[in-house]
Design a binder for this molecule. Structure first.
Ligand SMILES: *[C@@H]1O[C@H](CO)[C@@H](O)[C@H](O)[C@H]1NC(C)=O
Ligand SMILES: *[C@@H]1O[C@H](CO)[C@@H](O)[C@H](O)[C@H]1NC(C)=O
Ligand SMILES: *[C@@H]1O[C@H](CO)[C@@H](O)[C@H](O)[C@H]1NC(C)=O
Ligand SMILES: *[C@@H]1O[C@H](CO)[C@@H](O)[C@H](O)[C@H]1NC(C)=O
Length: 395
């Protein structure tokens, strides 16, 4: 439906000509229970190692570059969930430091506190916000947790039977952690105790009923702060203006627009997934699953049949008002882009395509905010479906 917005570069699978200095990435895959190390070079993307120490369903990864430590969450669909810490060696190989059993279905983590000694975790199935003391990266420990209940299901009962915490987002002042709760239609807010990893809960922000807030980002624009949340159930993006008072963070809703931009729509069965902000704070990119309304050239050069793809949708942030302008709807590299990340320079985007056993790295134009050609792709995951779900740059 939006093929006309795809730039010409994306219609070619030839690797773009600009040389790429070696870039290291990781990707997690559910179906073969692995954390993959990958290297992107001029020749493309290659798998360099695999670790099975992130448990049965490896998902979200958090890097503490300063401590050369990578944290990996295991959703543990069967019930054995865990948090693994790895030392990242000079040659990018991973050395397991600790594996801590945690409450079921951790789906997102964020570092915070003095020297990044705290790791905040959202647990989906078990409706819990936890924090871990990761001061000693070889001896991880639970520090605090809060479990929520709901008196009755939300407007989308099949998905809102209980609170489902989905993301942990440190605010730009590093004083608050915001946690979208897909089940309860809330943005839960925690004040971080200065100088400690302890936290206290403050009043949550009400999200739109039935929206199912999933992932969010803060954006700073001069003295202003905005917050955007991608809603999985309504497939919309809600924008907020953020203001601070001592010990309080206030969010005033500015707008709620389709994940495809104002006036956009999605086919039945769509589930919005990931939301990231560009390092220059000028653009956000959303991923959407279950649409498959775009096509790309086949990744097998001998096969002329085009393959379906879900989109990555880029928006430009109006620095004065926080409103969003649609920039581009581009193929994500295949089906089910559950997780993706932008590199620090803003010049590369790595997407994990869960239903296609593929990780794809795109070039990105930092001036226009548009994705351009593919600079590399690799097969990640073995078996049908439920393959790679998160990709992260080592930087
Ligand atoms: C969890 O781990 C324990 C100990 O290794 C094992 O006995 C149990 O079967 C596992 N449970 C599930 C649901 O995988
Ligand atoms: C939550 O924290 C309490 C208090 O520290 C602890 O007793 C309990 O085991 C924790 N529960 C889980 C599931 O982490
Ligand atoms: C070509 O690609 C299509 C789409 O992925 C696939 O269904 C078909 O099996 C492929 N053909 C060959 C010969 O691999
Ligand atoms: C990046 O986008 C700008 C427009 O904002 C354009 O002028 C420039 O040519 C683009 N760069 C490349 C390499 O396509």
């Amino acid at each position: 439906m939006v093929n006309d917005t795809i730039p010409r570069g994306l219609l070619s699978l030839l690797l773009v000509a600009s040389p790429v200095a070696a870039v290291r990435l990781w990707a997690t895959s559910y179906n073969d229970h692995a954390l993959y190390s990958l290297r992107l070079q001029y020749e493309g993307l290659t798998v360099t190692a695999k670790s099975l120490d992130c448990g049965s369903e490896p998902t979200w990864m958090t890097l503490d570059k300063g401590k050369s430590t990578l944290y990996c969450l295991n959703e543990g669909w069967g019930g054995n969930s865990s948090l693994t810490s790895y030392k990242v060696n000079e040659d990018a190989s991973l050395e397991t430091l600790d594996v801590l059993p945690v409450l079921k279905s951790p789906v997102s983590a964020a570092l915070y506190g003095p020297n990044n000694n705290g790791l905040a975790v959202a647990h989906y199935d078990t409706s819990t916000f936890s924090s871990f003391d990761v001061k000693d990266t070889s001896n991880l420990a639970l520090s605090q947790n809060e479990t929520y209940t709901m008196a009755k299901p939300g407007p989308v009962p099949a998905r809102q039977d209980a609170p489902h915490l989905h993301h942990t987002i440190l605010d730009p002042s590093k004083k608050f952690m915001v946690v979208p709760d897909l089940g309860a239609d809330l943005l839960r807010v925690y004040v971080l105790h200065r100088g400690y990893i302890a936290w206290s809960e403050i009043d949550p922000v009400q999200a739109l009923p039935g929206s199912g807030p999933r992932h969010g980002v803060f954006a700073t624009a001069g003295p202003k702060t905005f917050f955007y949340v991608l809603n999985e159930l309504s497939n919309t993006i809600t924008g907020y203006k953020v203001t601070y008072a001592p010990g309080a963070l206030r969010m005033d809703r500015l707008f709620d627009v389709s994940s495809h931009g104002p006036g956009g729509s999605v086919p039945a069965g769509t589930s919005a997934a990931e939301l990231k902000i560009s390092p220059d704070q000028r653009f956000i990119i959303a991923s959407s699953r279950g649409e498959n309304s775009l096509t790309m050239p086949n990744f097998d050069p001998k096969n002329s049949t085009a393959v379906p793809s879900d989109p990555l949708i880029s928006f430009k942030i109006d620095q004065a008002t926080g409103s969003l302008t649609h920039v581009q709807t581009a193929p994500a590299g295949g089906r089910n882009p559950r997780g993706f990340n932008i590199n620090k320079a803003g010049t590369l985007v790595a997407a994990a395509l869960q239903d296609d056993n593929r990780v794809v790295v795109f070039e990105r134009n930092i001036s226009s905010g548009e994705l351009a050609g593919i600079v590399g792709w690799a097969t990640v995951g073995e078996g049908e479906g439920n393959g790679p779900n998160y990709a992260l740059f080592d930087e």
